[in-house]
Ligand binder design. Structure first.
Ligand SMILES: [Zn+2]
Length: 167
């Protein structure tokens, strides 16, 4: 999944607004950040295990611990770990990923059907932004900006699906 991860983080803010938005975004794309870190510093990489069940459970536990230490609330730690878990769960819809390191691969691989992936991610963007918009602490100008943000997200998703899509 591509833009959908960010939409999930934005939607989760409705319940986790004591956490900085940057932290929610970090938790929702942690497995991809670990992939990027691994290609930059191979010693810290774990290859495709970032998107396997054991890998994601370790990552969710690590993010939960870090969140508990930094923000001192168990509920927030659980919420952040659920965001990490959400990453791989939705990636199994769009990709073809190992169940465990060296294990069999599974997934719907919707990236191979760009229109289907675009519909799924656009729906996720709509739901995520609708949830975000219902955050009680949001001021009116922030709500007004959401439509523009949604259009940018759908636009980036379209570029991803229809001119860059790989596998
Ligand atoms: Zn991913």
């Amino acid at each position: 999944m591509y833009m959908g991860h960010f939409a999930i983080a934005l939607g989760a803010r409705r319940w986790l607004r004591s956490l900085p938005l940057a932290w929610l975004l970090f938790a929702s794309i942690e497995p991809d950040l670990h992939d990027a870190l691994g290609s930059w510093l191979p010693a810290l990489g774990i290859g495709e295990a970032t998107h396997s069940f054991p890998g994601i459970l370790y990552a969710a536990a690590a993010v939960a611990l870090l969140t508990a230490l930094l923000f001192r609330r168990i509920g927030l730690a659980l919420g952040a770990s659920l965001l990490v878990l959400s990453h791989v769960i939705v990636d199994y819809l769009t990709s073809w990923l190992p169940l465990w390191h060296g294990g069999p691969h599974a997934g719907l691989h919707l990236y191979a059907i760009p229109w289907a992936d675009f519909m799924l991610e656009t729906t996720t963007i709509g739901v995520g932004l609708a949830l975000y918009a219902r955050s009680p602490d949001l001021r009116r100008p922030a709500r007004a900006g959401l439509v523009a943000m949604g259009m940018v997200m759908v636009g980036l998703q379209a570029v991803w699906n229809f001119s860059m899509a790989s596998g």
